[in-house]
Write a protein that binds this ligand. Structure first.
Ligand SMILES: Nc1ncnc2c1ncn2[C@@H]1O[C@H](COP(=O)(O)OP(=O)(O)OP(=O)(O)O)[C@@H](O)[C@H]1O
Length: 654
């Protein structure tokens, strides 16, 4: 079993170097330099004063022992305890003031503070030695051990990875289905991870030495019995203070909370009708407590052996959709509901040790672990996949030399962006899932690599594999059989790629929805996305009014309230925009149109409940086409150029 922490001695040394650099706050030296010299003195003053507060509590211990315990003046216990609150209050105020005085220099402040404490600890040792040559021995023994133990740990390379990652877990992690595992596996082993809590041993030794010497000095009547508790407290403080600068922080890893997942079963009738094959996404909704739904009621059906392009404007939800399909658990802080399966296999079922994941998620930034390229490619399966892995990579980088050069890398995270991308693609094909979820494969990839990827996708498609690819790359989009258009977390359009491409080339955009008034928000979102310029509010409002009335017209005519898919098409023209609604409703007769027009004239500016009247009120023209089973209502809506002031009281013609 291969473990990341045991790859090579060199990797281990590198990692522990990196980790010790991180824990010694190396990267923030710039801020240190920028801090004025007086800051160190200020830190020292604050720390010394706060140390004095602590020490005064230790001195109080002497009074507790002497007055309360030995002289039996019990009422003094309360008075002494109340007295002790003053240094405690002082501690809080001093720490806060120190933070405020050097705000923005947290690293320097903490480092100065640690150094000042260590210095004061040393001074305590010297002072105790001055009282009696043996009294400071415990403090010096503790300080000595504090320095000796980390040095020994470094020499012995005692490092512990935050997570004992095994080869069996590699496929799940590297297929993009386990973010937590990935981030833990990427973390360098912590130095001294296998040793006891920082300073525990040295403090224990210091206490033992002080107890032995202190009791001997008490027997000799050199030290008063009452001084013992205070002495022990001072020794503990001094040794712990000297531990801080040499022992790294040993914070426990905080793992993110997994997302809440609610599974919604597929409707039984639909399941039977559509058959099991391919990708089936049903009512997928991803929501966040503050922002609401980020993805709403996504329905996708893709046959096996298909390549589907996922397009939409920035922040439309493309990456989120791919992530929600592959690893919803990783969407920490979000709730995910719905159903996602591929060839009847639940995509949300995940095992820590999955040999062949049902899908592979390839995010825009390739998932690369800081281990050898070979292990990254074969998911730590050693020689077993060696030849196949090399061939998969060679096919993507075109030459055996380039593949060998990549595979020779001992730390794949140092490869070039395009090499890392090639490695991630090759690994995905080696994992051989049914479904590939690719997010911006073009990012960081060379043109040659993308051409090789397209070639490989064609081959895999013939073998029945499916691809859902969020991309803007023309070459990859041309490869697509179908396209999904996402906007504001909602599915706007799905259809054959050729059809969507030519529609978009002509400037048309489409929104497909159900003819219920619940779809109104989504319709408005889609319509508003066409009017993004400053000053477009009037255009936006009018388009939304007409859109709502078209939806109401279709919904009011639906037979028996049955739901059906209707579509809207939109295009800008000079001075107006055209909005079309296509459904299975009956043709509107000329008599109905004339009747609506006369009612519009009668009602004037007063709103009418009849959708047809309102459509006519806000439209420049009204037209309808009837084909075999569909009617298409086409209206033109007057628009203004927002760079000029909107025409005052611009009348809409009917
Ligand atoms: N894990 C998350 N937690 C909270 N919000 C998220 C999370 N992931 C995405 N979002 C939000 O969801 C929205 C869609 O983000 P997403 O990354 O999917 O956009 P996109 O369509 O891929 O955009 P682009 O093309 O610019 O990459 C954004 O508003 C984003 O802030």
């Amino acid at each position: 079993m291969s473990r990341i922490a045991q790859q090579t001695d060199k990797m281990k040394a590198d990692a522990s170097e990196k980790a010790s650099a991180a824990t010694n706050f190396e990267p923030l030296r710039v801020a240190d330099r920028a801090l004025p010299r007086w800051a160190a003195s200020l830190s020292f003053i604050f720390t010394a004063t706060s140390a004095a507060c602590w020490l005064s509590i230790a001195i109080l211990a002497i009074f507790f022992q002497d007055i309360v315990a030995e002289q039996r003046k019990l009422h003094a216990a309360l008075a002494l305890a109340l007295l002790g609150t003053a240094p405690l209050l002082g501690l809080v105020i001093l720490d806060f003031a120190h933070g405020r005085a050097l705000s923005g220099y947290q690293y320097t402040r903490q480092r100065n503070e640690a150094r000042a404490r260590a210095l004061i600890g040393l001074l305590i040792g010297v002072t105790l030695t001055a009282v009696h040559p043996l009294l400071g021995l415990g403090v010096f023994a503790g300080i000595g051990l504090n320095h000796a133990l980390p040095a020994a740990a470094r020499a012995l390379r005692l490092a512990e990875p935050p997570w004992d990652f095994t080869s069996e877990e590699a496929a799940s992690v590297l297929s993009g289905r386990d973010d937590t595992g990935l981030s833990l596996a990427r973390k360098a082993p912590r130095p001294f991870g296998l040793m006891a809590a920082p300073g525990a041993l040295s403090t224990g030794v210091a206490l033992l030495v002080t107890l032995a010497i202190g009791s001997w000095l008490m027997a000799q009547q050199i030290v008063a019995t009452a001084a013992m508790p205070g002495l022990l407290l001072i020794v503990i403080w001094a040794v712990l203070a000297s531990a801080k600068p040499v022992w790294p922080e040993a914070e426990a890893e905080k793992l993110p909370e997994p997302a809440q997942i609610e599974r919604i079963p597929l409707p039984e009738t639909e399941e039977q009708a559509s058959g099991p094959a391919g990708l089936r996404v049903h009512r997928l909704t991803v929501s966040e407590a503050a922002q609401g739904a980020l993805l709403r009621d996504i329905e996708i059906t893709l046959p096996p052996g298909s390549v589907t392009g996922l397009i939409g404007s920035s922040a439309a939800g493309k990456s989120l959709l791919l992530k929600a399909l592959a690893a919803p658990q990783d969407l920490s802080g979000l709730s995910v509901a719905g159903h996602a399966s591929y060839n009847e296999e639940d995509l949300w079922e995940r095992s820590r040790i999955e040999v062949q994941p049902p899908c592979v998620h390839l995010p825009a930034a390739p998932l690369i672990l800081p281990v050898s390229a070979q292990d990254n490619l074969t998911c730590f399966s050693g020689e077993a996949l060696g030849l196949r892995a090399r061939k998969a990579l060679e096919q993507l980088v075109y030459s055996a030399d380039a593949a060998d050069r990549i595979l020779a890398a001992q730390d794949a995270s140092r490869l070039s962006a395009s090499e890392q991308k090639a490695l991630a693609f090759a690994r995905a094909f080696l994992l051989n899932p049914g479904l590939y979820l690719m997010d911006r494969p073009e990012d960081g990839a060379s043109e040659r690599l993308l051409a090789a990827l397209a070639e490989r996708i064609r081959t895999e498609r013939r073998a029945g594999r499916s691809f859902l690819v969020a991309t803007e790359n023309r070459g990859l989009l041309e490869l697509c059989d179908s396209m999904i258009v996402l906007e504001g977390g909602r599915l706007m359009d799905v259809g054959p790629a050729q059809e969507i491409r030519s529609r978009m080339a002509e400037g048309w955009s489409r929104f497909v929805t159900e003819n219920t008034l619940d779809a109104e928000d989504a319709l408005h979102l889609w319509l508003r996305s066409h009017f993004r310029r400053r000053g477009d509010e009037g255009n936006r409002r009018k388009a939304c009014v007409v859109g709502s009335e078209l939806l109401a017209l279709s919904a009011s005519e639906a037979k028996g309230g049955t739901r059906e898919r209707i579509r809207f098409d939109f295009k800008h023209f000079k001075g107006f925009c055209q909005l079309e609604m296509s459904d299975t409703g009956a043709a509107i007769s000329n008599a109905q149109i004339e009747n609506a027009r006369s009612r519009l004239q009668e009602s004037g500016e007063v709103l009418n409940r009849d959708p047809l009247v309102e459509i006519l009120r806000h439209s420049l023209s009204f037209d309808q086409r009837i084909s075999s089973d569909r009617r298409t209502i086409s209206v033109q809506i007057e628009t203004y150029d927002p760079r000029m002031a909107p025409p005052v009281g611009a009348a809409t013609r009917v």
